[in-house]
Design a protein around this ligand. Structure first.
Ligand SMILES: [Zn+2]
Length: 86
């Protein structure tokens, strides 16, 4: 997956540097969420939308069926993308 990531600032490819992702084209550094997933947010986007990495998948609660699906996917090393709708 990391080979396909592109820098949101300039569109260049990113590379691992000291355990983090960085863009050699524009020198933007990107972090990881607590679960290790790359966080491809520029510092400007983080500040504009007051975004901070969290262990939570969502601030909303999920029903039992959704929780079972999340547990199954994450146990297999997968990730869940909550696209929201509210
Ligand atoms: Zn860049």
């Amino acid at each position: 997956m990391k080979a396909n990531l592109r820098c949101p600032s300039c569109g260049g490819s990113v590379e691992e540097r000291g355990g983090a992702l960085a863009c050699p084209g524009c020198a933007t550094a990107y972090g990881h969420a607590p679960n290790g997933a790359p966080v491809m947010l520029t510092p400007e986007l983080r500040e504009a939308f007051r975004l901070d990495p969290t262990d939570n998948i969502s601030a909303m609660s999920y029903d039992r069926e959704a929780m079972d699906l999340i547990a199954d996917v994450t146990a297999k090393g997968g990730m869940v993308l909550d696209c929201g709708r509210g």
